[in-house]
Design a binder for this molecule. Structure first.
Ligand SMILES: *[C@@H]1O[C@H](CO)[C@@H](O)[C@H](O)[C@H]1NC(C)=O
Ligand SMILES: *[C@@H]1O[C@H](CO)[C@@H](O)[C@H](O)[C@H]1NC(C)=O
Ligand SMILES: *[C@@H]1O[C@H](CO)[C@@H](O)[C@H](O)[C@H]1NC(C)=O
Ligand SMILES: *[C@@H]1O[C@H](CO)[C@@H](O)[C@H](O)[C@H]1NC(C)=O
Ligand SMILES: *[C@@H]1O[C@H](CO)[C@@H](O)[C@H](O)[C@H]1NC(C)=O
Ligand SMILES: *[C@@H]1O[C@H](CO)[C@@H](O)[C@H](O)[C@H]1NC(C)=O
Length: 634
């Protein structure tokens, strides 16, 4: 392959042979429509870039990942900004710690990387609700990604804050941001609302100035290009290894007859949903298609270069034929692994890049050291129903009909719905969600006895038994909001009535649960009461378990394997590592970044198991990930 590519490289694109007279000393980044390329400070410029999402990588490792991208030969990184990561409560902004996007831009700049910024407001990214804050859904019929007045007002307020922050980082202002995307793949959204796109264009121009290169990115069909592009926004395309490169760029040319060829998302890998097979994209195809694009003089961004992790509740979901939630790992089969390790794919990509530009001399920074800590024993803390004084300190909300997460103003995680049986159930009686209104999974118990579960699109009926007046506790899990397509108004909780046989269940007490608040505050390890009463036996239904990992002087990256556990969520030292669900797969292990661990004091592990724990209450900490199901299928 390499020899063939070399010959092509010799006849590299016209653009790179072009020369414009240098504007004296001034920083500029523009489009040269005559020579079909970008101009940086008046010189022809082409980017070879990779995507990295700071929201999916611990801040401690930002520099490490960026250095590895630089050493591969990239000259730019492409960065999404997830709105909901920064404005969790309307009007309250967080740009500190793992959310300090300016620090990330600064590190990229120090590393020698330019930035292609993608501020949304919608980003897709397989991120919860495509980056849109769930509080937008408090207006029930809001039309997201359109000129809807409430949506536009929220977007305008956010963009005023964000773009003001970003402006000093523009290349012309001494920073490293060369181009800024407007919306994201808007052409694949049903609304096709040009007034919305015009509004975003106006906001971008107002806050970033007239001379910033603004662009759009769309999938590879004419419909997408028609609805996604707008005059004044440079139209780019995205496609992977299965597309015909010539035809894909011909489509871009129909919308941009002149200017640089740009593939804004060249897919190096792909995402996984629970229940899927683990996605793998062939390394040789990635190299070949990358070479083919670079020979044409195209600008390429590899999506992803470093995928990272959907920590906490940040994974998104798709809803085509049915609801399918994205797994915790966002490894993406990318050139840098979830844990930031260089893969063979990375070295193959570097070999291709070498044919087109000098890659920095010196060794690639090595993989971060891993450690196999072995087994950790856990003990039972108690079930959710018995821990409400800790997890739901405020009194519950009473309502005849169940309220959604959005109505309760608890947007993520888990919430408990409680009512009583209106009559004796002498025989197993169906608890039914006739309108498929459990978003997304409900774990049901009657008077302390676990009965089973309901699951959106999958399990709409569950037989239960009990006596009149028995307490019915239903823990509902939000599995991540839909991030793509027309079904993004994805309200969570019990969103339509549940029936018991023919009777509607009413008179609910709804408990918001602040599990993350309790755990980051030290619970259950700090709670001598619950700690002393730890029980050895597992139980069925949503139950907390805890244990400590003795570090023996080592704090390194490791991978937590909850083998034989069923489905749940794990925290270490207060950090929410995400969901596990080995039974459904494909993902088997959870990434534990070393900087979360203490090298010399016991590390606190907390598990919320939703269905059933194994007889031996242990988890294993290994030195390698396992992202596909053991039998190769899911
Ligand atoms: C802001 O985000 C950081 C990083 O995730 C977090 O540590 C901090 O508690 C947040 N601040 C507030 C006020 O929520
Ligand atoms: C970016 O890095 C360059 C080179 O190190 C430096 O001169 C410049 O001041 C940096 N820009 C910002 C905004 O920090
Ligand atoms: C790609 O499409 C072009 C134009 O339609 C065609 O000439 C070429 O053979 C195709 N390439 C491949 C690899 O199929
Ligand atoms: C929850 O724990 C309480 C107190 O230990 C117990 O009475 C109840 O049966 C348990 N419920 C379930 C569903 O395990
Ligand atoms: C519920 O119980 C009824 C009566 O015992 C039985 O016919 C039915 O198959 C059960 N349904 C489910 C979903 O278990
Ligand atoms: C574990 O929890 C205890 C009790 O909350 C706390 O004192 C200790 O600092 C925690 N350990 C670590 C490593 O965070």
């Amino acid at each position: 392959m390499a020899a063939g590519v070399l010959i092509f490289a010799a006849v590299a694109a016209s653009c790179l042979a072009a020369r414009e007279s240098l504007v004296s000393g001034e920083r500029s980044f523009t489009i040269d429509y005559k020579n079909n390329c970008f101009l940086k400070d008046g010189e022809p410029f082409r980017y070879i870039s990779g995507s990295i999402h700071y929201s999916r990588v611990p801040r401690f490792y930002w520099k490490d990942r960026l250095s590895k991208m630089y050493m591969t030969g990239l000259n730019a990184v492409q960065v999404y900004i997830p709105w909901n990561f920064h404005e969790g409560t309307q009007g309250v902004y967080n740009f500190t710690g793992d959310r300090d996007v300016e620090h990330f831009l600064d590190l990229a700049n120090q590393t020698g990387l330019l930035v292609i910024l993608r501020p949304g407001p919608y980003i897709c990214a397989e991120w919860e609700m495509g980056g849109l804050p769930a509080w937008l859904l408090q207006k029930p019929n809001i039309i997201l990604r359109s000129a809807d007045a409430d949506y536009i007002e929220a977007v305008s307020n956010w963009m005023a804050v964000l773009l003001t922050k970003v402006k000093p980082w523009l290349y012309v202002n001494g920073g490293n941001i060369i181009t800024v995307q407007v919306e994201n793949e808007y052409g694949s959204y049903f609304a096709c609302d040009y007034n919305y796109m015009r509004h975003l264009r106006a906001l971008s121009r107002f806050f970033l100035g007239e001379h910033t290169v603004l662009f759009t990115t769309d999938g590879n069909t004419d419909k997408e290009m028609t609805c996604g592009t707008l005059e004044g926004l440079y139209a780019t395309v995205d496609f992977g290894t299965t597309n015909n490169v010539t035809e894909a760029f011909e489509r871009q040319r129909r919308y941009e007859p002149h200017g640089p060829l740009v593939n804004s998302e060249f897919y190096t890998g792909w995402l996984d949903h629970w229940g899927d097979q683990h996605a793998v994209v062939d390394q040789r195809k990635v190299s070949l298609v990358l070479a083919e694009m670079l020979v044409m003089g195209a600008n390429v961004n590899m999506y992803m270069f470093e995928g990272g992790t959907n920590f906490g509740y940040w994974n998104g979901a798709d809803h085509d034929t049915r609801f399918r939630s994205v797994v915790t790992s966002y490894d993406y089969d990318a050139p840098l692994s979830e844990a930031g390790d260089p893969t063979e794919k990375l070295f193959a990509i570097r070999d291709v890049i070498k044919l087109f530009r000098d890659v920095p001399a010196g060794p690639m920074p090595p993989a971060t050291p891993k450690f196999a800590y072995g087994f950790v024993n856990l003990r039972k803390v108690g079930n959710i129903s018995s821990l409400l004084d800790v997890l739901s300190p405020l009194s519950p909300v009473e309502s005849e009909q169940p309220l959604t997460f959005e109505e309760m103003k608890q947007f993520y995680g888990y919430m408990l719905y409680r009512t009583v049986l209106p009559r004796d159930l002498s025989e197993p009686t169906p608890l039914i969600s006739p309108l498929n209104g459990v978003h997304d999974r409900a774990y049901v118990s009657v008077n302390g006895v676990y009965q089973g579960l309901l699951e959106r699109d999958m399990v709409l009926v569950l037989n239960i038994t009990g006596q009149q007046g028995d307490t019915v506790d239903i823990l509902v899990e939000n599995m991540g909001r839909v991030n793509f397509g027309s079904r993004m108004n994805d309200h969570k909780g019990i969103v339509s009535s549940l029936f018991l046989g023919k009777d509607v269940l009413t008179n609910w007490k709804i408990f918001p649960l602040n599990i993350d608040g309790a755990i980051s505050g030290g619970w259950p390890h700090s709670d001598s009461h619950s700690y002393n009463n730890l029980q050895k036996d597992p139980s069925a239904g949503p139950t907390f378990y805890s244990g400590t990992l003795q570090p023996n002087g080592v704090a390194r990256d490791t991978f937590l394997m909850p083998s034989k556990w069923t489905k749940g969520q794990v925290w270490i030292n207060g950090k929410n590592l995400g969901r596990y669900w080995p039974a459904r797969g494909p993902q088997q292990t959870l990434y534990v970044p070393g900087p979360l661990l203490s090298a010399n004091s016991p590390n606190n592990i907390t598990v919320l198991e939703l269905e059933s724990a194994p007889p031996h209450l242990m988890v294993l900490l290994m030195d390698r990930p396992q992202l596909s199901a053991p039998d190769g299928k899911s």
